[in-house]
Design a protein around this ligand. Sequence first.
Ligand code: ADP
Length: 707
Amino acid sequence: MAPLSHGNDRTYTEYDLMKYKLTNDALGIALWDMDVKVEDPTSTENPVTWSQELRELLGFTDEKDFPNTITALAERFHPEDSEKAFTAFAAHFIDRSGKTPYDIEYRLMHKEGTYRWYRGFGTTLRDAQGIPLRVAGAVMDIDEIKHAQSEKNEAIDTMKTVLDGLEAIIYVTDPVTGEILFTNESMRKQYGIDGSLDGHICYKVLQVGMEEKCTFCPCYQLDQEPDSVIVWETTDAITQRRHRKTDCYIPWPGRKIAHLQHAVDITDLVEAKEAIEERGKMLEILNDTAVMFLSQSVGVFEETMTSGMKLLCDAMTIDRVSVWRNAKILGTLHTSQIYRWDRESGGTTTPTPGLEDVTYQDLAPRWEELLAGGDVVNGPSRLLPEAAMLQSFGVVSAFVVPVFINQAFWGFVLFEDRISERYFSAESIDIMRSAAFLCANTVILNENHERDRLLTEKVKSALLETQDANEAKDIFLSRMSHEMLTPMNAITGMSQIMSIIGVPDKLRDSHKQIETASRQLLDLINDLLDMTGRGHGSFALMKAPFNFYSMVENIVEVISPAINEKRQTLDLHVDLTTPRTLIGDERRLIQVINNLLLNANKFSPEESLIVLSFTNESFPENLEEDGIVYLKVKVKDEGIGISEEQQEEIFKLFEQVDGGLTRKIGGVGLGLPLSEHIVTLMGGRIWLESEPGKGSTFTFSCKLKKG
Ligand code: ADP
């Protein structure tokens, strides 16, 4: 094989050629060679030899197609690349130090007429002075690599465009050097950077006073586990915004690996979350306070208010709360402070003196309309129209909420910050409205409790007075009756002695009157004594055997004179199944029957009919079982009768249907209540049926024992 070229004393050997061939085949590299005659890179005097491979690389077959001239190659350069290629070659050629490399990429036109990408590189053999002697060059087809790279670049450009459009903050750095390779628009915007950050060192521009890679850099972990994804949260040193960051390694052109950080600004989210949590906490406190207030038991109002208000006020950083109630006086709306809670003085305190019934005009003229319309007053006192008034009370910031009860403007609650100037937050306004309503309601509730308590106390003491008066009356009655009993016994005794001795004819009527009157008086005294519990002794019934039929005879005998006097008829019915001997209080039984008969006699006209009947209501089995006799006694008359309303009343003590009539007839309204009492003690009851003008029927039942 002939040597490729001759020049000075250097020739290609067989071995060189073999190596060259191998390289050419393996890498697709084609060589050329230039013998330097003049030190001018563009001179046509310097003979150039294109290898056969180079010709073939460009689609040519032999020297005729592609002669060994510089022009043959020069005319195939892409117009955009030719100058660059010659400049690079010239720079290399003329640099006698040999330090300027020649290695560039350019496009050459293929024989087919299409441009392809090539890499051209070469080296120059120089003499001791650096004067070029000979140049060996190579051309390599890199079209495919180039296309693949440009596709990759396009993909990266697309990725960058997409990343730029994202709201998230994204940047890519070299994990080793910290060099910033890319930042998206959101990132630059947040950091207030106009130009590009590319090429800067991340910790120098994105941190404050950091001279070395940050110790907290996720790269340390990613270096250990390059496939992992790290999610973390931090507050940015420059923007002071809260970021949720996601870090990972990604491939990046020209780098082995790059570190991508994706950050989402969660400051608003965190703040919103905190606000919600704050609101939740406040609502919880409000709820606790509400439960505390509403379940407060009477008498512990101050305690409950003091601790409840403290809970609320601590949560809302409030130093003083006052509750104001409206009142219309002569057509003008006034308001009074009715409750005050004061952190400084330790809780519930008495309302500020002098703040009763002040007009809104005097207090804060615009408040009446404003609050009645449901609006609130909110802000530093200094900036409010009523600054002077508020500041005179030491209010630094005020929050005034109206209170409506039953849809009417009831008053307001004033919350005070006595230390700092502030506006109460929108989140707390609702809560404070509820708190105000709660305070006002609790105060009202307490007032109601207080009123009820006072009322109950009054009623109680009035009742006690009545009770005392009743007892005094009873004692008086019982004493009086006892006092009267002795002389009465003397009178009746004397009158009986007179009957025994014999009364002269002309005195017989008078004696009779004395006897009747004294007996009646004695009965009355006994009744009175019975009613007052025999002078506070017991009203116990006697239990003794008596002859039932003799008792009936006795009753008839006693009432007969009065019946006869009014020419009335007494019709007697006796149930003969009634046992002869009964055990019980005969005297009391007679007392009840006599009372009923006397009333019938008193309240019935002359010549009318009075029926007295005794029925044995016992059932044989009862009788056998416990020997009880159920007796029913009925007294029926054709008298004046008793109206339905009066029927209810006549069993009450000292009740008489018609005071006037009774004065004529006599009696004090003691008999029936006493009868009822006795009958009840005897295990029975008394009732009546009556129709005014037609008559009355009194019936009573009682339990006696068979003797
Ligand atoms: P007193 O007869 O001593 O006034 P009572 O308690 O026995 O007291 O009777 C109360 C009142 O009931 C009487 O004053 C009378 O007005 C009315 N009353 C009682 N029995 C009769 C009756 N049979 N017919 C009409 N009114 C009667």
